[in-house]
Design a protein around this ligand. Structure first.
Ligand code: GLV
Length: 361
């Protein structure tokens, strides 16, 4: 089902690596500094064990659920990742079509190569909008209004990036966008270019100049006041921060360390999910990303307290190998693997993935 002869998402990454220019592959694949957290995100899922139930009727299985009140065909959503036109010519349009064919949510990055209006227009399904807060507050507020007007049904505020993590592969490659590609959503406001910089990552320089490192919880309340759609706070690894998100009006949190791309040495998301879900006590929804590569990882996440998982890099690998169909194949592979894992674990519905199903080594 996966393109490029791949049997699983790890093999798909290899097929994508063979096709992409090194500057793009490294940008997508890399983590901060020594990439400890990048590796830990994947490794930590393997340390969670599934205590399957036997002799349960699993002849009919239902993977559907809701996220923030929206029905989705499975608890697997598309995470916000930047610059999809580096992976394939249709970029975020291909991703949006794939997500809507899979009947799930696409979360569009602020840093997309396609404007939010165009993405919402081609998507037949729900689109959420990931937001970075710029020093230029007027541009940020205008972007929120544009996303809402285009039809984005939730805002996902990234809070783990006052500065960009130092990704040494990007420094070495002097990562920048090629001619013709821009941060499309911010072009009108004069923040569209991610240019070549000598001796550094052009994106790190872009963040340092343009993003607001003074952001605090007060700004979360501000953002709440300028939008009508639900707000998710993304980048949480601590129970007390999850509680603060509730206090500041969030409808949910995304347990995330930005795919190991920000603070190296931060914990794997799989390791902090249960305490966060426990602190939140069902008052808001808890989503998670980071290192999810198998349906069994999804089942583990649900059992540890997540409402749904978000998939980042594998979608990029799918786009790189086979465009829209490749991204769809990633989602369908995970759907198939989750369905299989649920059957073997004695779960007919996602609500059967309860905490007693898992233990951590
Ligand atoms: C952008 O958000 C990145 O992590 O590169």
């Amino acid at each position: 089902m996966l393109p490029g002869g791949a049997l699983n998402l790890v093999e798909l990454q290899e097929a994508a690596r063979e096709r992409l220019p090194a500057i793009t592959y490294d940008y997508y694949a890399s983590g901060a500094h020594d990439e400890h957290t990048l590796r830990e995100n994947e490794a930590a899922w393997a340390r969670v064990h599934l205590h399957y139930r036997v002799l349960v009727d699993v002849s009919a299985r239902d993977l559907s659920t809701t996220v923030l009140g929206t029905r989705v065909s499975m608890p697997i959503l598309v995470a916000p990742t930047a610059f999809h036109r580096l992976a394939c010519p249709d970029g975020e349009l291909a991703t949006a079509r794939a997500a809507s064919r899979a009947r799930t949510v696409m979360c569009l990055s602020s840093l997309s190569n396609t404007g939010v209006e165009d993405v919402c227009a081609v998507s037949g399904g729900p689109v959420w909008f990931q937001l970075y807060v710029y020093r230029d507050r007027a541009a940020t507020e205008a972007l929120v209004a544009r996303a809402e007007a285009a039809g984005a049904s939730a805002l996902v505020l990234t809070v783990d990036a006052p500065l960009l993590g130092r990704r040494e592969r990007d420094v070495r490659n002097r990562f920048h966008l090629p001619d013709g590609l821009r941060v499309e959503n911010l072009t009108a406001a004069g923040h569209g270019d991610v240019a070549l910089r000598s001796g550094e990552s052009g994106l790190a320089a872009y963040f340092a100049e343009k993003l607001d490192p003074s952001l605090t919880w007060k700004d979360v309340a501000w953002l709440r006041s300028v939008t009508r759609v639900p707000l998710l706070v993304k980048g949480i690894v601590r129970p007390d921060d999850a509680r603060r998100a509730i206090d500041h009006g969030a409808s949910g949190v995304v347990v995330s360390n930005h795919g190991g791309r920000q603070l190296d040495g931060s914990p794997a998301t799989a390791a902090v999910l249960a305490p966060i879900a426990n602190a939140v006590q069902g008052r808001i929804e808890v989503l998670i990303d980071g290192g999810v590569r198998r349906g069994t990882d999804v089942l583990k996440a649900l059992s540890l307290g997540a409402r749904a998982v978000l998939i980042g890099r594998p979608i990029l690998w799918g786009l790189a190998v086979a465009g829209e169909d490749g991204a769809l194949a990633v989602l369908e592979t995970l759907r198939h693997e989750l369905d299989h894992a649920m059957a073997l674990a004695g779960c007919a519905r996602v609500s059967d993935a309860t905490h007693d199903l898992v233990s951590s080594a």
